[in-house]
Design a protein around this ligand. Structure first.
Ligand code: ZN
Length: 151
């Protein structure tokens, strides 16, 4: 990634952190899950509504944590909304592989789009769990698990 790109990505990250999208409780949510990353102290609750066709019609989150975890949760809710649970599952695995350095978003086939801004996390092993926490929690909420920890 060149300097201009990384600056842009930094800005997007800061923007999502300062003004997180879909940051609210979802009343009458179909499912919800609490995710915790004890390594960093990130804690988020993710709420989802899923229709009969297994489409996630709404997804929101509340909670607190570091900048990476919050920006990741914010961007995830934007991207997951309106998608089929199978698509979300696939994105979750691609994202997980990317931040662990198993998938290169520039050369390997993927549907990550804007999520590529988290590719740099692969060079920060201690932050991998911060980046994947919200995805982990959304996945758990979809599967009906009430609590999940990165440990
Ligand atoms: Zn964190």
């Amino acid at each position: 990634m060149n300097d201009k790109m990384s600056q842009l990505y930094q800005q997007v990250l800061l923007d999502h952190n300062k003004t997180p999208r879909n940051y609210r409780e979802l009343e009458n949510a179909d499912q919800e899950s609490l995710g915790y990353n004890p390594l960093c102290g990130d804690k988020y609750k993710v709420f989802v509504n899923i229709d009969e066709q297994d489409i996630v019609t709404d997804v929101t989150f509340i909670g607190d944590g570091c900048a990476i975890s919050k920006a990741s949760a914010s961007m995830m809710t934007n991207i997951a909304k309106g998608k089929h649970v199978d698509e979300i599952d696939s994105l979750y695995h691609q994202f997980h592989d990317m931040v662990r350095g198993k998938l290169d978003p520039d050369t390997d086939p993927n549907d990550l789009g804007h999520l590529k801004i988290f590719a740099g996390v692969r060079d920060l092993p201690a932050r991998v769990k911060c980046a994947v926490l919200s995805w982990h929690t959304l996945n758990a909420a979809i599967k009906g698990k009430e609590k999940v920890s990165t440990e």
